[in-house]
Design a protein around this ligand. Structure first.
Ligand code: NAP
Ligand code: GLV
Length: 354
């Protein structure tokens, strides 16, 4: 763990413990002990030890009298929740994606919101590549076949997948994670296209070896389309029937961004009817439930939202969220503040600067 929590661990923390008015924090689900200890050095902590998402009712009840919340992406912090938790000063999300938070409402109510950008880029890009390779080469299906005991030995025509090297990769959203995916594609000698609402700087394009194209061109020309846009009203069903019909019948779609970025029912049809060759998914439109028919398809690889799930990265995310929360409640600017406008308003009240 880096930064504020550790450096404030010892004598100062003991002093703070004896203060009567320590901020109160709810940790909505299981995070690393080290991160809980970091928060507990400065705040009174209530944690949901069951590691099952709290219902909206439970969430509101447990947030009463709390100044801080450490949330996971399975928690919805809507305006209605914020309205019923007037003591909240900060919501610290343990994820880079923050579509589960109503940032606009929080800003209007003077509540800080933070996320965990940067620390999970390589890990999520690695998982994206797992999906690209496993889907294109039919690895999961081959594994199942082997385990079933049906394999009778090598055959020239068995399990013929598709090459990735020297093919065209299309990246939708060349942000932090999209760039790490592009970096890895260079090692496969791929032609790399990208589309984004903001074109990257010339030196970024040159270093990554990527070419900017419009979405339609990317969909028509790519052998692999990989999605790295955040979920927003503009990116909901970013890939639906029309887009799937533009893709090559030999192409593969990979989604490790957010489920609703893809119209999952349209995807089930596309995979079933052969509009595209396959899909690798880490995220789903209505997690944890798959769209009807998805799990019966053989040309899809399904991961249970594990993009950032390495021990090292999840620990970094957990500690980062703890540090954001502690900073916000001890009068410092949280390092990963999503809505800095809150600090410019007349009534921001970071607590803890007692
Ligand atoms: P990021 O750095 O913000 O990159 C997102 C990129 O998408 C940016 O270049 C952004 O452009 C672009 N974009 C935004 N809206 C767009 C639109 N309407 N059309 C086209 N491009 C658009 O985010 P990141 O850190 O790479 O993370 C991306 C997403 O991955 C997260 O939001 C999260 O939902 C998801 N994620 C999933 C996992 C997992 O476990 N599967 C792990 C980590 C992250 P601008 O520069 O103009 O904003
Ligand atoms: C994971 O999905 C994240 O957004 O960090």
């Amino acid at each position: 763990m880096s930064g504020s929590c550790r450096s404030r661990a010892d004598p100062a923390a003991c002093k703070q413990r004896s203060r009567p008015l320590r901020p109160k924090v709810l940790i909505t689900r299981k995070i690393f002990e080290e991160s809980i200890a970091c928060v507990a050095r400065h705040c009174d902590v209530d944690t949901n030890q069951r590691d099952v998402p709290l219902t909206p009712h439970q969430l509101i009840r447990r947030l009463q009298g709390k100044q801080g919340a450490i949330t996971l992406l399975t928690d919805t912090i809507s305006d209605a929740v914020l309205a019923r938790c007037p003591d909240l000063k900060i919501v610290s999300n343990v994820a880079v994606g923050f579509n589960n938070l109503d940032v606009k409402a929080a800003t209007e109510r003077g509540v800080m919101m933070t996320n965990t950008p940067g620390v999970l880029d390589d890990t999520t890009a690695d998982l994206t590549w797992c999906l690209i390779l496993a889907t294109s080469r039919g690895l999961i299906d081959a594994d199942r076949y082997f385990r079933s005991g049906k394999w009778k030995g090598w055959g020239l025509m068995q399990f013929l997948g598709r090459d990735i090297h020297h093919k065209t990769l299309g990246i939708c959203g060349l942000g932090r994670i999209g760039r790490r995916v592009a970096k890895r594609a260079k090692g496969f000698d791929m032609r790399i296209l990208y589309t984004d609402r903001t074109r990257a700087a010339e030196d970024v394009e040159r270093d990554l070896g990527v070419a900017f194209v419009d979405k339609r061109t990317l969909l028509k020309e790519s052998d692999v389309v990989t999605l790295h846009v955040p979920l927003s009203p503009e990116t909901t069903h970013y890939i639906s029937t029309a887009e799937l019909k533009l893709m090559k019948p030999t192409a593969v779609l990979v989604n490790s961004s957010r489920g609703p970025v893809v119209d999952e029912e349209a995807l089930v049809r596309a995979l079933g009817e052969g509009w595209i060759a396959g899909a690798g998914l880490d995220v789903y439109e209505r997690e944890p439930r798959p769209a009807p028919g998805l799990t019966r398809l053989k040309n899809v690889v399904l991961a249970p939202h594990i993009g950032s799930a390495s021990m090292e990265t999840r620990l970094k995310m957990s500690n980062m969220a703890a540090e954001n929360c502690v900073a916000g409640l001890t009068g410092r600017r949280p390092p990963n503040l999503i809505n800095p406008q809150v600090l410019m308003r007349q009534h921001p009240r970071p607590t803890g600067a007692r």
